[in-house]
Each structure stands twice: as C-alpha cells, then as structure tokens.
Design a protein around this ligand. Structure first.
Ligand SMILES: Cc1ncc(C[n+]2csc(CCOP(=O)(O)OP(=O)(O)O)c2C)c(N)n1
Ligand SMILES: [Mg+2]
Length: 801
C-alpha cells in the first residue's frame, strides 16, 4: 500500500464495510413484502448478490470516487448502494425501512425513482454497463465541443456481475468503444463465479482477459487478497497457491459455504502430506483458515484500493475481481444462494456478531469499536460526498417556433425530415450547435446525409475524407473532427439506444444540454427495444426517427416490414409517438419536439389535452419513404396545435355524416380517395387525420380518469373531435401498422368501428399489390365502410380479392 493516507484509513474502511453489510442485510430482512416460497420462507432479497460487492463498493464510495465520477451499480447490489448513501447522509432511514416497498429505496438502483443520487439505473443486466461506455464517449463529445471544460473529467464506472457478461449488448458496445477511442471508463467485474442458476464455467476469466485486451483495454486481475499474498510467502505457500489455482469453481464455492473445518479436511486430504504446507494449515484455527481462504482479491480493501488508485485514465480498464457471492453471510458460496434470505435465527446470530443491540439496528455506528466522532469526521470528509448534489442541470435552449422547409408538390416524410435538418444545418446558432445526430450505419438511407455534409462527423482526432482529397466526386463530404455533430455507429441498434440514453442525459451528467436525434429503420426498433425502454426509464431525452416503416417500403424487402411499432410507440412510457402524413405536419411536430425534449416541470396535465406536456419526454417519429401529394395550406395556429395534439379534421363531417375515415401516415392517399369515391352514396363523409394515436389515446385515458375523480368537464382532443359525429355514423380506421393502434377510437363515443391495418408481413410487391393483399387499399376502406355504416350499396366498391 503505497499511499500512507490510505493506509491510515484502512481500519475505518474495514469498519464501514462491516456496517454496510449489516445495514444492507437488515434492510432486506426488514422488507416485509418479500415473497414467500412454498415452505413459507421469504426469498428474493438478493442478500448474497449484494454481499459480494460490499468490499469493492465500500472502497469506491468512501475513498476512490470523486463527485464527477458516474457509476452504474449492478442491480442486485442495490441494498449495499443505499446503505452507503445512508452513511453519507444522502439516504433516509425511512426509505431504507421501506426498501422495495411503496416509495421506498428501489430494488435496483433507479435514477428516476430513487432519491439518493443514482447516476445510472440498472436492472436489465448489461444495459447499465454499456451506458457507462457511451457516457464516457458523450463526455468526450461535450468537452471536444468546448463545453464543461471548467469541470474535471469524470470516470464512468460499471459494477458488473460476471454472468452479466453473457449479454451480447456488452460486446457490441466494446467494439464501438474501441472504434471511438474510449477512455475514462472502468468495468469492475464481480467475479464471484455464480449466476442466478449456476456456477460459471472454469477459466472464464482468461477469456475475459483476452477479450478486453483485444479491444484495447487494460486488464487488472485481483485474485488473491493480502492475507493470501502473505501466506504464499510462508514456507509451503507456493503449494497452497497452486492448489487454489487448480481448484474448480464449484468446489471452491462449496468449501466457502462449508467453512473452516471443511477447508482443513480438504486441504489436508489433498496437499497435507506435502511438507511445509501442513504447518501453514495447522498453525491456523478453523476461523483463521476460513478467513485466509475467503480472502480473495475483491474482498481485500488494500488490494482493491491499490488497483483503483493506479489505473490509467487514458485507457479503459477492466478489473476482474475474485469475490464470494454471499461474502460474510451464512450462505456464502452456496450455489442456491441467489434468492436466499437469512432465517430469523441466522439474522439473530449475525446481529450478535455485529454487536448490534435490538432497536439500534439503524444506528450508524452501532457495534463498531472506533469512536463515533472519528467515524463521522471521516464520513464528513469523503471526497465523493463533499461537493454536495452531483446531479447537474442545464438551462433549456431556445428553439425556433417554426422550422422552415421547401415543400415539393410530391414528397415523403423521410425526404422532408432530411430537408428540415438540412435547413437547421445552415444555422449558426446555439440550437443547431447543440443538435447531435447518430445512426447505426443507416445515416444515408435515413436521409441524414445532407445534414452530415454540413455539420461533419465527430471524432476526437480529425480524419480527412480521402475521396475528397483524391478529388473523386461523391455526394457526401464526410470529414471527422472534434467539432463534428454526427456520431457514426456500427450496425447495432442496442448501441444506438444506449448512446441516445447517454447523450440524452448530458444535461444532468455533464451540465451541458444536447438535442440528440437517432435514425434507424422502423422494424429494428424491436432489435434494441429493451435499451429504448431503459433510456426512457432513465428519463433520457432524444428524438427517434424511424424509416422506412410498414409494408409501404414494398419491394425493398418483406423482412423489413414493421407492424408492431405503432403499438410500441403507444405503449412505451416516456416516449411521445407521431406518424405524420405531410411534411408541413412533420415540421410542426419537430419544432414542438425540440422544446418538449427539454421540459421537466413537475406539472399537472394540461386541461386542454390532459397530456403531461410540461413534464416533457422523448419523441418517436415514424416516417415513410412513400412520396405523397402534399396539401398546399396555411398553417394556422389552430391547425398547428391540433397536429401536435394528435388529430384534426381534414374534412369535417357534416351533420348527417354516415361514415368517418380516420387514417394515419402514408395511408393518406387511400383514405382521401375512398372518401371521394363514397361521397355519392354516403352523406357528409368525414376525414380525420391522425398524427399521433399515442397522444390521442393518452389524453383520452387521462381525461376519463380526471372525470372519475370529479373533474366533470375534463375533455380530451379526440373527445372534442368526435363529439358532433352522429351516433349512427361508422368509423373506418386505417394505418400501415397493426389495426389495434386505432381500433379504440370506437370506444371514445360509442361509434361502430372497423379497424384496418396490417397483421401479417413478409410479402414483397408493388405498393398497390401489397395494400390490396393486406387489405388497406382504397377498396378495402370502402368495403369496410359499407359493412358498418348505414346506407345504400356503394357504387365504386369492387369485389374484394
Ligand atoms: C436482461 C435480464 N435478464 C435476466 C435477468 C434476471 N437476472 C437477474 S440477476 C441474474 C444473474 C446475475 O448473475 P451475476 O451477474 O453473476 O450477478 P450475481 O448474482 O452473481 O451477483 C439474472 C439472470 C435480468 N435482471 N436482466
Ligand atoms: Mg455472479
């Protein structure tokens, strides 16, 4: 141990480690709602999983970390994390007492639901790990653009379960990190060699070591603790080391569980006749022998501190820390311990071992031999907590009220998106400067090319476009520089969403606000869906732009047709989804979105729409590659508002209206044509343009809830729109996506409804062929109208295929 100041702190850190383990165990024991198994025993507190990180987290939070460092703590180490924050004065006793309960400390660290300074949520394994990597890249991006240079650089740290490394998204991130010159990133692997179900394969550490080295990481292996290192120097020590090295994981775990006498018997049986080592074993009591054998690197504060204090910030570092799952607890090492809880008897024994008196369980220094004053004075000086709140903020950026775009007579929303960004790209203003775009190898095919031509690609080190320097003509002029505003990703949608999560939290992590836009093909949202959910759960703010979508991509490939995404857009918490038909609608929605991304007021829902617009969130735009005839119209404030609210009457239904066609997105031409063809045989047909099924539905649900609570006048946008539609009128809904997206419209005011959409996919063909095949063409709309709306036969209806 090189640093004397650290050496002096060792007794205090050891005491805190014990205290943290006690508090975490008590918190779990105390949680009165843990489920009971068939034998009436409570399970599921993850005591074992927590305990294996007690030492490392103690060393990190009480010594190594600085306020600017950001951490993703393995989900099941949540109790240890909360206990540490409690000792640091950042967590309340009440929340620990209600751990896992209503508004108590969360089962897995949560940056939105917990109140004790969680940097990155975890829970779905693998995602928090990758988030640290992308947060480090984001920090580099922010600093390369000249922002936040008055603050020290932080290290992005992940506490990783060894089984967590089975998640593929981690390796996708590793490759991207290598490409982008990752630094300031630590992944600390809790190598307890146990997962939920099993003991991991032998020699996994060697695979990890090779893997990380291949990706340019430093690898530090913490295998033996200082007790073991000292013992290896005794006569016979080398024999003991060899035995440890050759011991299979399963056996080591089993002996940890069985304890000192079992260790003695096994060691004596296997190496007891090999000279000096017998003495090494014999001169230790059972307890001392167990302490020696349990003293793996990850449970040895001096080794852990040494490793952390000597890491090179310029290289990402992976620490492989040998640990024991359930360290210090009665089920340490047992392969079934994942959901294990101590019995009341075991808890009582643990209380006694920790000198904790009944009714003093939550006292911070209860049972510790060091004076409380000394401990408190140490806690008051802990660097991590010294600077006060670590969560940063950034003021909202001014965004334009309207976004200009030259609208061609026939245009797709995807082309419109490219054109709008191209216009923004001309701007020399803070708004344009804070936009950052990214795409998993579909930059050109999602129409970001013109924007990238203007704003360049980001890299910490400049790199010229060789085609340009060789004077070879190309549509794209792509130079990498630290000023670039587009981050080019490899084809991994998980990486896209986790990068958006990191960029979209920059205001809170780096104190500098970014306006991130990610583009991808609509069907591949499913590929990264859990990461999208994770980003939203953390309240990251970004704009997701997805094209092509639906069966409308036609000949481009049956495999790429997306069906479920409109429903995902509706169901995903924290994501407002839109599917405009026209470019003027898109421009209105994007202008609104740039401001919505930045809202974070803790406000009540709007009394006009019952939407929580002041709370803000992320935005998903489902766009299309289908060029459609644009409407030349004045964008009045009222129309603008209704487009954002989710729907407007493109053709208002008359008083005797028999049919309403409600459409979304690229189906506009079919809907318009059907309305025209029905006009001779159905009176006053209405045409409802739906720009956001998600917002319409959310507003409707919220307004109903408000009425149920006594606010009798609450009305949502869709209720207002349908209020004057006569009861006998039928509604035909149509979209290029799952019909359930709009099928609920009939429930708003009780209109008979037929929902058209796409339920199967995979067929290629022309647009006309596919719309007919899947039953969303003009004729299908007319047939549906005839079936549900009163009136004489519709002349233009042809037989269905
Ligand atoms: C994506 C995902 N799949 C499954 C789970 C359920 N799960 C929680 S912890 C765990 C095993 C974790 O093992 P490890 O990472 O080694 O941590 P340890 O329990 O050893 O501390 C599993 C499968 C999850 N949380 N997330
Ligand atoms: Mg494990």
């Amino acid at each position: 141990m090189s640093n004397p100041a650290i050496r002096d702190n060792l007794p205090i850190l050891a005491a805190l480690e014990r205290k943290v383990l006690w508090l975490a165990s008590w918190m779990i024991h105390n949680a009165n709602h843990l489920r009971e198994n068939a034998d009436g025993l409570k399970v599921g507190g993850h005591q074992a999983s927590s305990a294996s990180l007690a030492t490392i987290l103690t060393a990190l939070y009480f010594d190594v970390l600085r306020p600017q460092d950001r951490v993703a703590v393995k989900p099941h180490a949540s109790p240890i994390f909360h206990a540490i924050q409690y000792l640091l004065g950042k967590q309340t006793r009440e929340r620990l007492e209600t751990f896992r309960g209503y508004k108590g400390a969360q089962s897995y660290p949560s940056r939105t639901k917990d109140t004790d300074d969680v940097d990155f949520s975890t829970g779905s394994v693998g995602l928090g790990v990758a988030q640290t990597l992308f947060s480090s890249l984001t920090q580099d991006y922010v600093r390369a653009h000249g922002w936040g240079l008055d603050r020290p650089e932080g290290r992005m740290v992940a506490l990783v379960g060894d089984a967590e490394l089975d998640e593929g998204n981690i390796f996708e991130a590793l490759l991207e990190g290598w490409k982008q010159g990752l630094r300031n990133c630590w992944w600390i692997i809790d190598y307890n060699r146990q997962s939920l179900d099993a003991v991991v394969r032998e020699g996994l550490w060697a695979r990890y070591e090779q893997l990380f080295k291949n990706f340019g990481w430093n690898v530090v292996i913490l295998k033996y603790g200082s007790l073991q290192q000292a013992a290896f120097k005794e006569p016979g020590g080398e024999t003991l080391r060899r035995w440890i090295d050759n011991c299979p994981n399963q056996l080591y775990s089993a002996l940890v569980f069985a304890g000192g006498a079992a260790w003695r018997k096994r060691l004596n049986d296997e190496i007891g006749d090999q000279g000096d080592v017998s003495k090494l074993i014999d001169q230790r009591s059972d307890d001392e022998l167990a302490a020696l054998m349990n003293n793996l690197g990850g449970h040895d504060i001096p080794s852990v501190l040494d490793a952390f204090h000597t890491a090179d910030p310029e290289k990402p570092t992976c620490f492989i820390c040998y640990t024991v799952k359930g360290f210090g607890l009665p089920f340490a090492g047992h392969k079934d311990n994942h959901a294990g809880l101590m019995t009341p008897q075991q808890m009582e024994a643990f209380r006694k071992a920790n000198n904790v008196r009944p009714d003093h369980e939550w006292d911070k220094f209860e049972g510790l031999t060091l004076p409380a004053k000394e401990l408190q004075s140490f806690l008051d000086r802990v660097p991590f907590a010294a600077a006060g709140p670590r969560r940063l903020s950034a003021p909202a950026l001014d965004v334009p009220d309207t976004l200009s775009v030259a609208i061609q007579p026939v245009m797709s929303t995807q082309t419109g998106f490219g054109a709008i960004l191209n216009e923004i790209g001309r701007g020399k203003n803070e708004f344009a400067h804070h936009i950052v775009t990214t795409s998993p190898d579909v930059t050109v095919s999602t129409n970001l090319g013109p924007w990238v031509n203007r704003r360049g690609l980001f890299a910490r080190q400049a790199m010229a476009d060789t085609f340009k320097s060789e004077h070879i003509p190309s549509t794209f002029n792509w130079e990498f520089s630290p000023n670039g505003q587009h981050i080019e990703l490899g084809i991994a949608e998980m990486n896209l969403f986790i990068l958006l999560s990191a960029l979209g939290l920059s205001h809170s992590i780096n104190g500098e606000r970014l306006l991130p836009i990610g583009t991808l093909y609509d069907p591949f949202i499913a590929r990264g869906l859990d990461a999208l959910n994770y980003a939203c759960y953390q309240d990251a703010r970004f704009m997701l732009v997805a094209t092509p979508s639906g069966i409308t991509l036609a000949g481009e490939g049956g495999a790429h047709q997306s069906i479920a995404e409109p429903l995902i857009g509706m169901a995903q918490d924290g994501l407002a989804s839109f599917e405009p038909a026209y470019v003027d609608e898109l421009s209105v929605i994007m202008a609104w979105a740039f401001s919505y991304l930045q809202k974070d007021a803790d406000a009540a829902p709007s009394e006009r729409t019952w939407l929580r617009d002041e709370t803000g969130g992320s935005v998903y735009l489902r766009l299309s590659t289908r060029p459609i005839e644009q409407i030349s119209r004045e964008m009045t404030p009222d129309l603008r508002q209704q487009i954002v609210d989710g729907a407007y009457w493109q053709r208002r239904p008359g008083p005797n209206c028999q049919v309403v066609v409600a459409y979304t997105g690229a189906m506009a031409p079919e809907a318009i044509e059907a309305v025209g063809l029905m006009a001779e045989d159905r009176r006053d047909v209405g045409l409802l343009a739906i720009t956001s099924a998600d917002r319409l539905n959310a507003g409707w649900t919220a307004a109903q809830r408000a009425r149920e609570r006594g606010l009798v006048h609450a009305r949502s946008q869709i209720e207002r729109l349908l209020a004057d539609v006569p009861m006998h009128c039928g509604i035909v809904t149509v979209l290029d996506g799952h019909p359930a997206t709009l099928a609920w419209l009939g429930a708003v005011a009780g209109h008979r409804t037929r929902a058209l959409g796409v339920e199967h996919f995979g067929q290629t063909g022309s647009l006309a062929e596919l719309y007919r095949h899947y039953g969303i063409d003009t004729n299908a709309i007319i047939a549906a109208a005839q079936a549900i709306a009163p009136g004489r036969p519709i002349r233009h209806l042809k037989a269905l295929p």
